[in-house]
Design a protein around this ligand. Structure first.
Ligand SMILES: [Zn+2]
Length: 301
């Protein structure tokens, strides 16, 4: 992650933004490559982008800039006087929204298992997220930065209040692993990859040497003892945990159009979803199935 300060020409290469509003938690990563960036803009041209609060941003609106001679990046809108707004956002590179991608992947996975979750963004909001699963009294605490053990202990004590089991999912740069291990916890790591429109997320368990066993979400489950991967892991109390209460759902067919409609709903609300849905229905109703199929394909591109 890179440090950056206000620059009057706004020539920072801000690569991430938030969809919809400054307070939203839907991340956007603008690919640097021109073709990928143009594809991104075609797909999201009707969305707005923001220097979001959960990225540690200034809250200003951003535009996707795709110059022919430089990498694509987000640019701050000028103020009413045509001047660039001051922005002291620290993290601006392609990893700067990874806590939101990890959070999104975990919430989506939990939802597929039938668990409702509630995310709270504490301190630091720009690199962390706490996902509460009330049915299990489990918290999945995502932290992509932080190195001070005392800081971790404070956060751990706060999250454990009320009898919540906490599993820590740390980014590659986060130095809390020793503290987690000293308290008998399993160290989970996360990583995000992909420079296209989507960003793949993986999590895995790290051993004491730091080596990580990355595990597909399909091989993970969650119980009141927290996250489990296939096989046996150690609980925070040192007891062997056997994933007998398997909660991993069988693979389900996902209609890509349904996914696209859900995304439209998440980002722009019910009106956008209804607009897409009605456009498809209208074409079907007119008997033009080819046109409807073309629209379906376009929607999911
Ligand atoms: Zn900003």
């Amino acid at each position: 992650m890179s440090r950056s300060t206000f620059d009057s020409s706004d020539n920072r290469k801000v690569q991430t933004a938030i969809f919809g509003s400054a307070g939203s938690d839907e991340p956007a990563l603008l690919p640097q490559g021109r073709d990928s960036a143009l594809r991104f803009r075609r797909r999201h041209g009707h969305h707005t982008f923001w220097c979001g609060e959960l990225l540690g941003g200034c809250g200003a609106q951003l535009s996707a800039r795709i110059p022919g001679d430089r990498v694509a990046h987000f640019m701050h809108h000028p103020d009413v006087n045509g001047r660039r707004r001051p922005c002291s956002r620290i993290h601006i590179d392609e990893h700067s929204a990874d806590h939101l991608y990890v959070r999104h992947a975990l919430v989506h996975w939990l939802s597929g298992l039938g668990f409702v979750s509630d995310t709270r963004y504490g301190d630091p909001a720009a690199t962390g997220a706490d996902i509460f699963v009330p049915a299990l009294r489990v918290v999945l605490a995502v932290r992509l930065s932080g190195h001070n053990p005392a800081e971790w202990e404070l956060q751990n004590a706060r999250l454990r209040q009320g009898g919540w089991h906490t599993d820590w999912i740390l980014g590659p740069q986060c130095g809390f692993a020793s503290a987690v291990r000293e308290h008998g916890g399993t160290v989970w790591r996360s990583r995000c990859s992909g420079t296209g429109i989507e960003r793949a997320t993986e999590i895995g368990t790290a051993d004491s040497t730091g080596a990580v066993r990355w595990t597909p979400f399909a091989e993970l489950s969650v119980t009141s003892d927290g996250l489990l991967r296939e096989g046996i892991t150690m609980s925070n109390t040192g007891h062997r945990k056997v994933p007998g209460v398997a909660t991993t759902a069988p693979p389900r067919y996902r209609d890509p159009v349904l996914d696209a409609l859900e995304e439209a709903f998440r980002i722009d609300g019910i009106a956008a979803m209804r607009r897409h849905y009605m456009a498809i229905v209208w074409r079907m109703w007119r008997g033009n199935a080819d046109e409807a199929m073309q629209l379906r394909a376009k929607l999911t591109r």
